[in-house]
Ligand binder design. Structure first.
Ligand code: 5GP
Length: 182
C-alpha cells in the first residue's frame, strides 16, 4: 500500500487509477493518430507534466518523439500569446503534429498561450492531453482533446503538481491539509 504523506488530507486520484487511465489514453491516442497516419511530437511544459509524460508515453504504441519547454507569463500582463520562453524546444516544429502534454487545465490561460506559441512556430496541428481538468474554473474556451480525470474546484498536489515546489514526487493526486496554506 502507498504510504500517504503526512501533509495530505485526502487522496483524490490514487496511483493505480492514474496508471490505468494513462493506459487507456495511450491506447486511444495511438489508435487516433494511427488512423490518420500521423506521428506526433510529444511536448511537455516543465515541470508539472513530467510524471504524466513519463507514464503516458509508455502506453503509446505508435512511433513518437519527445521535447520539452518551460514558459512563464510576463508580470502584469494577461494578453494572449504574451508568454516568456524560459527553455525553448530543441528542434524546429515547422509542419509537425504536436501533442501537448499538460498536468492540469484550470483557467485555460496556460494552454491557450502555449498552443498559440506552438502554432506561431509553424506547427501543423496542436492537440492537448491533460491529466486533470478543472472545468468549473475556466475563463477561456480552451479544452483538452484527451482528459485523464475531471475534478472539482480544489487545489491539488502530487504526480508533478506542486505547492511551493514541493510534493511533485507524490505518486498520487491529493489535497493538502488546511493548515499548510496558512
Ligand atoms: P491555467 O493557466 O489553466 O489556469 O493553469 C494551469 C497551470 O496552473 C498548471 O499547469 C499548474 O501549474 C497550475 N495549477 C492550476 N491548478 C492547479 C492545482 O490545483 N494545483 C497545482 N499544484 N497547480 C495548479
Amino acid at each position: 500500500m502507498t504510504q500517504i504523506h503526512k501533509d495530505i488530507k485526502r487522496v483524490f486520484v490514487d496511483e493505480a487509477s492514474i496508471i490505468a487511465r494513462s493506459k487507456e489514453l495511450g491506447k486511444q491516442i495511438s489508435e487516433d493518430y494511427d488512423r490518420e497516419g500521423k506521428n506526433p511530437l510529444l511536448v511537455a511544459v516543465l515541470k508539472g507534466s513530467i510524471p504524466f509524460m513519463a507514464e503516458l508515453m509508455k502506453h503509446i504504441t505508435i512511433d513518437v518523439e519527445m521535447d520539452f519547454m518551460a514558459v512563464s507569463s510576463y508580470e502584469g500582463t494577461r494578453s494572449i500569446g504574451d508568454v516568456k520562453i524560459l527553455k525553448d524546444l530543441d528542434r524546429s516544429i515547422k509542419g509537425l503534429d504536436i501533442l501537448l502534454v499538460e498536468d492540469i487545465v484550470d483557467t485555460g490561460r496556460t494552454i491557450d498561450q502555449v498552443v498559440q506559441l506552438l502554432m506561431n512556430k509553424g506547427a501543423r496541428e496542436v492537440k492537448i492531453v491533460s491529466l486533470l481538468d478543472k472545468p468549473s474554473r475556466r475563463v477561456l474556451e480552451m479544452n483538452a482533446d484527451y482528459i485523464g480525470f475531471t475534478i472539482e474546484d480544489a487545489f491539488v498536489v502530487g504526480f508533478g503538481l506542486d505547492f511551493n515546489e514541493k510534493y511533485r514526487n507524490l505518486p498520487y493526486i491529493g489535497v493538502l491539509k488546511d493548515e499548510l496554506y496558512q
